[in-house]
Design a protein around this ligand. Structure first.
Ligand code: CUA
Length: 359
C-alpha cells in the first residue's frame, strides 16, 4: 500500500534559523580558512596578487559550501523516514521552473565573475617582460631540471637555479621527454614543460633565500624525486657565482690523487659543488661514504664486480643496465651533462676505491 507523506511546508521560523546558521557558520569558516597558512612565504612580485585571489576564492566558496551542507542536513533531518512510514511515498513533483532558472543563473554569474577576475589578473602579471630581461632556459628531463642562463661569459648550465633579487626574469620552459611542470611554490606561478614547445612565464624574485623547485606533473616513477632548489641572492654574489661557473672548461682540475679523492667524496656525499647536482649518497648506501639511503641499489653490493669503466657507464647512462629489483628511469640521466670530465673521473675513482676497499 502506498500513500503520501506530508510534513508541512518549511516555516518562516525554519528559514530564520537556517539563515542564522548559514551566516554564523560561514563567518567562522571564512575566518578559519583565512587564518590557515596555505602557502610558503611570498618570494616574488606576483605572490601578493595571487594570494589575494586565493582569499577571494575562499570568501566566495565557503558560504556556498556551508549553505549547501546546511540545507542537505536540514532536509535529511526534516524529511527522514519515521517508523510506520516505510510504505509511504513523497508527493509527485514535476520540477520547478523558477528553481531551475535560479540554480542555473546564480552559479553562472559567480563562475563568470571569478573567471574574469582570474583572466584579468593573469594578463596583468604576465605582461610581456621588458627588453633585456634575464632569460633562464629551464629544461625538464626524467627526473631532473637543468637551468641554462646567458651570461656575458657565455651560457652557464646548473642543476640548481640561481637568481639575483629584485630583477625580472623570464623562464623558457622545455621538456626533453614527457610533460613536466615547472613550479616554485614561493614564486606562486607554474607552467607545464611540454615536449616540442616552449612555455614561458616571468616574474621578479623579491626575497633572499633558498626555495623549493618542484615538478608538478606526474611524469614517471621518479616524479617525487624531481625536486631541486632556487637560491635568490644579491646581485654581487650572483655575478660572482655566474662568473665562476662560466669559467672556461680548463677550470683547474684536481692535481693530486688526494685532491681528486676529496672531490670524488664531496660529489658523492654533498653533490656537485659547482652545479649543485644531486649527491649519489642521497639515494645510495655506500659504507665508506657513510651514506645509508635506499632509493637506489646499495653500491657496496651492486658494484662488487664493476670496474671503473663499468661504474662510469652506470653514471652517464644509468638506464642501459639496471640492478635487479630496480626500475629504469629513476636515476637522473643527465649526469654526463652536469659534470666535467675531471669531476666524473674523480667521482668514479672514489666509488671504485670505496666499494673495493682500496680507499
Ligand atoms: Cu617531472 Cu614530475
Amino acid at each position: 500500500m502506498t500513500g503520501q507523506s506530508h510534513r508541512g511546508a518549511v516555516t518562516a521560523k525554519n528559514w530564520i534559523v537556517l539563515l542564522a546558521i548559514i551566516v554564523v557558520a560561514s563567518a567562522i569558516g571564512i575566518a578559519f580558512m583565512l587564518a590557515l597558512r596555505w602557502f610558503p612565504e611570498q618570494g616574488s612580485n606576483v605572490a601578493p596578487d595571487i594570494d589575494t585571489f586565493w582569499d577571494v576564492l575562499v570568501i566566495v566558496s565557503v558560504p556556498i559550501f556551508v549553505a549547501v551542507t546546511t540545507m542537505l542536513l536540514f532536509s535529511v533531518w526534516r524529511w527522514r523516514q519515521r517508523p510506520g512510514e516505510e510504505d509511504l511515498d513523497g508527493p509527485p513533483i514535476h520540477g520547478s521552473t523558477k528553481l531551475e532558472v535560479i540554480w542555473t543563473i546564480v552559479p553562472t554569474i559567480i563562475i563568470a565573475a571569478l573567471t574574469t577576475y582570474a583572466a584579468i589578473l593573469l594578463v596583468d602579471i604576465q605582461a610581456a617582460p621588458a627588453k633585456g630581461t634575464r632569460v633562464v632556459n629551464v629544461n625538464g628531463v626524467q627526473f631532473a631540471w637543468d637551468f641554462e642562463t646567458q651570461t656575458p661569459d657565455g651560457p652557464v648550465k646548473t642543476a640548481k637555479l640561481y637568481l639575483p633579487i629584485n630583477e625580472p626574469v623570464k623562464f623558457n620552459v622545455r621538456s626533453k621527454d614527457v610533460i613536466h611542470d615547472f613550479w616554485v611554490p614561493a614564486f606562486r606561478l607554474k607552467v607545464d614543460a611540454v615536449p616540442g614547445i616552449t612555455t614561458t612565464y616571468n616574474l621578479t624574485p623579491t626575497k633572499l633565500g633558498t626555495f623549493d623547485v618542484v615538478c608538478a606533473e606526474l611524469c614517471g616513477l621518479g616524479h617525487a624525486y624531481m625536486r631541486q632548489t632556487v637560491t635568490v641572492m644579491t646581485r654581487e654574489r650572483y655575478d660572482a657565482m655566474m662568473a665562476r661557473l662560466a669559467a672556461p672548461a680548463g677550470t683547474p682540475a684536481p692535481a693530486t690523487d688526494g685532491a681528486a679523492a676529496d672531490l670524488g667524496k664531496t660529489m658523492f656525499v654533498a653533490g656537485n659543488p659547482a652545479t649543485g647536482a644531486t649527491a649519489c649518497g642521497a639515494c645510495h648506501t655506500m659504507k665508506a661514504a657513510g651514506t645509508t639511503a635506499a632509493t637506489g641499489p646499495n653500491l657496496d653490493e651492486a658494484l662488487k664486480t664493476a670496474n671503473a669503466a663499468a661504474i662510469t657507464e652506470m653514471i652517464v647512462d644509468p638506464n642501459k643496465q639496471v640492478a635487479a629489483g630496480y626500475s629504469k628511469g629513476i636515476m637522473p640521466a643527465n649526469y654526463a651533462t652536469t659534470m666535467t670530465k675531471a669531476q666524473l673521473a674523480a667521482l668514479v675513482k672514489y666509488i671504485d676505491q670505496s666499494v673495493h676497499g682500496k680507499g
